[in-house]
Design a protein around this ligand. Structure first.
Ligand code: 5GP
Ligand code: ZN
Length: 119
């Protein structure tokens, strides 16, 4: 295993070395609740393989990742934790990336929740 994979927080979660509230898992992706949620149900979709960010992730995994994003988002809506949602992908430090392992944030939204988005 590469040193960066040994030390990576999300790789540790994938390996089960760090506990997390996992809401979904399959061969290539895992989804768990963000430890520092910006809204109830704030979830991150993470590739099981280590890639620095979305640019390094093979495009062939894109469809599958989108499918996971849709299914997890639909579950949040069904559970009443979201009426809608924003997707956020931070790539590189200048864009706010702090965990250098490819992931997409799902931010559940509710009417008048006061959350501010960039766009
Ligand atoms: P980004 O790299 O896109 O800025 O965000 C990484 C996200 O990972 C942050 O929202 C942060 O709260 C979350 N995070 C960092 N460490 C852990 C952890 O150990 N467990 C969980 N569940 N989330 C984490
Ligand atoms: Zn990693």
């Amino acid at each position: 295993m590469k040193q960066e994979e040994k030390e990576c927080i999300f790789c540790k979660i994938v390996r089960g070395e760090i506990k997390s509230d996992i809401v979904y898992s399959d061969d290539n992706f895992i989804a768990f609740l963000d430890i520092n949620p910006k809204a109830e149900g704030h979830t991150v979709i993470v590739s099981k393989k280590h890639f620095r960010n979305l640019l390094d992730m093979p495009t062939t995994l894109g469809n599958e990742m989108l499918e996971v994003v849709k299914n997890v988002s639909l579950d949040l809506i069904k559970q009443g934790k979201a009426e809608g949602f924003n997707l956020v992908v931070n790539n590189e430090p200048v864009a706010g990336q702090i965990v250098f392992h490819a992931h997409i944030h799902i931010l559940p939204r509710k009417k008048d929740d006061g959350l501010k988005m960039l766009v």
